[in-house]
Design a protein around this ligand. Structure first.
Ligand code: HAM
Length: 427
């Protein structure tokens, strides 16, 4: 017997029943990209491994534990993208996009791959909507990106969401080293009280101790030095401006000194959006500024800021909050014909309707008229077009408007115009 295959652990099929949710989110992000002036970009699903090691950072969970890395037949080390920012910055450098007017505002809908323990809201293959504004230091851009996320969630109907903001300053030679020293001075005497993960991270990536979720580490992290108290003049002014612009845009937010993010490229602003339901895997979206990333990838010094939001997590929250997607894929016309003799007229009508831009489906001829009409109802068709013996003889069609429970007899040649006239899902 052949084996029963299953989708790989941590991946999922997106079946037709779930597609309306995907369409709903996709339509909203396309509308927002247009409203905010972001152009679409697509990059390959895999890249040179080194791009992520350098870009995301070699002491991050992503690079240490989660990458799908393989050697191809040419012995190149490649990695399925775990995120979209490093590839988009690579494309910006490779294609000389700095010669365009800055900032270059780009957005993408992408699948990403991380080998993490699967659970609700955490997959090994997942999807992101990603926005990046590259080539400008303006703090209003940081606020604009947060504003896009805020509008995305609230316009989809999500409520009880919170924007969390922080600034982690500049890496060397500015404020970050002083802050990291302060963190080390604070944490080192407390090392024995920390969880094993924090002990391992203390000297490799002390910032990450702040977002530890272990209960024992919470009070220690809460009382730790705050990055905002160590910002240099420039970073402090930038942070004040981001806050000013958020207030101008009317986006509510709270500052949390424990927000540090899990990728190494961030400078200055970092942010996340959390849903009502708290939990380790609940973050709806996050991002921040990455003013050193493009240089790290071999380009000229170029600032950038962006975010990504998980599509599966948005949909999880839409379902939890009972927000239904609009009905999609509703056929305009279902052509019913009880006998094989009527099939010629039925197929001709099908062609006329589709040519006129009307969505139409035809049943297999081996069902009773009653069964066909039941099928039309199950598909939620707007109309059922019945071609029986009388209709073939007269060259007509019985049009059943299924929502309104009324019938009309219309000449076959006029059905397409009639359906468009009635504004049934007009093309
Ligand atoms: P990230 O925080 O790693 O940031 O991911 C962004 C979002 O992707 C998360 O908030 C979450 O909604 C979703 N996500 C991440 N991992 C998973 C997973 N395993 N399963 C399901 N959803 C997941 C980035 O990826 C950065 N590139 C964001 C960015 C863009 N920063 C600047 N520009």
């Amino acid at each position: 017997m052949s084996p029963m295959y299953q989708a790989p652990r941590g991946t999922q099929d997106i079946l037709p029943d779930d597609q309306p949710y995907w369409r709903m989110v996709r339509d909203k992000v396309e509308e927002l990209a247009r409203r905010y002036g972001y152009a679409w970009i697509e990059t390959p699903m895999f890249e040179a491994t080194d791009l992520f090691v350098r870009g995301v950072g070699d002491v991050t969970d992503i690079v240490e534990k989660e990458m799908y890395t393989f050697r191809d037949k040419g012995d190149n080390s490649l990695t399925l993208r775990p995120e979209g920012t490093a590839p988009i910055c690579r494309a910006y450098v490779q294609h000389g996009l700095r010669n365009r007017p800055q900032p270059v505002k780009l957005c993408a809908w992408l699948s990403a791959f991380r080998f993490a323990a699967p659970q609700t809201g955490r997959l090994r293959e997942f999807h992101q909507f990603d926005c990046e504004a590259i080539g400008d230091m303006d703090p209003a851009l940081d606020a604009e990106l947060i504003d896009i996320l805020w509008h995305l969630y609230t316009e989809l109907g999500l409520s009880a969401i919170a924007v969390v903001l922080n600034s982690i300053g500049h890496p060397a030679p500015n404020c970050r080293p002083t802050y990291v020293q302060a963190l080390l001075a604070y944490y080192t005497p407390r090392e024995a009280m920390l969880c094993r993960e924090c002990q391992a991270r203390l000297h490799r990536n002390p910032l990450r101790l702040l977002d530890c979720k272990e209960p024992g580490c919470q009070p220690i992290a809460d009382a730790a030095p705050r990055s905002v108290d160590y910002l240099c003049e420039e970073c402090a002014a930038h942070f004040a401006d981001v806050r000013h612009w958020l207030e101008t845009f009317g986006v509510p937010y709270q500052v949390s000194h424990r927000l540090v993010r899990g990728l190494d490229y961030y400078t200055k602003t970092v942010f996340e959006v959390m849903p009502a339901r708290e939990g380790a895997q609940s973050t709806l979206g996050g991002g921040g500024r990455y003013d050193g990333l493009i240089e790290e990838l071999g380009g000229p010094p170029t600032p950038g800021v962006g975010f990504a939001t998980g599509i599966e997590r948005i949909i999880l929250n839409l379902k939890e909050q009972g927000i239904p997607p609009p009905a999609v894929g509703r056929p305009d016309a279902y052509i019913a014909h009880p006998k094989p003799e009527q099939r010629g007229d039925a197929v001709r009508l099908l062609g006329q309707l589709r040519a006129a831009g009307i969505s139409a489906v035809l049943t297999p001829p081996d069902k009773s008229l009653k069964a066909q009409l039941r099928h039309a109802n199950n598909l939620n068709a707007r109309t059922a077009l019945v071609i029986g013996e009388d209709e073939v003889r007269d060259g007509s069609v019985q049009v059943k408007f299924l929502d309104e429970h009324r019938n009309e007899v219309v000449p076959q040649a006029e059905v397409a115009a009639r359906l468009v006239d009635q504004a049934v899902n007009p093309p």
